[in-house]
Design a protein around this ligand. Structure first.
Ligand code: FES
Length: 104
């Protein structure tokens, strides 16, 4: 998966993460949310009532950016820096992750 949304794409990256099964270059220190947005992933969670959700506050308050990271659900993408090899799961269109739905 290519980063298409960066204003200035990284010249090189020695770091990758896996987003929904696809390897994505990342920059050490950037947030998981930044990496998701860099590949155009804006709808990343699904709330009660099957409502799609994307990042809203960007500062850890709204919980609209929760994803599963390395098998652990409900991680706020805007609050965590990427780590090499991190496995990030968003809620795909039409999909559902029950434990993410438990949040407000
Ligand atoms: S965008 Fe609000 S908690 Fe992450």
């Amino acid at each position: 998966m290519h980063r298409t949304e960066d204003v200035h794409p990284p010249q090189r990256s020695d770091c990758t993460v896996v987003i929904d099964g696809c390897e994505v270059p990342c920059l050490p220190g950037e947030t998981v949310l930044h990496t998701l947005l860099s590949v155009g992933k804006v709808s990343i969670a699904r709330r009660k009532g099957d409502v799609e959700s994307g990042a809203y506050c960007g500062m850890g308050v709204c919980y609209c950016c929760t994803v599963r990271i390395d098998g652990v659900p409900n991680q706020r993408a805007c609050q965590l820096p990427v780590r090499p090899g991190m496995r990030i799961e968003t809620v795909p269109a039409g999909g559902s992750i029950t434990d993410l739905d438990a949040l407000p």
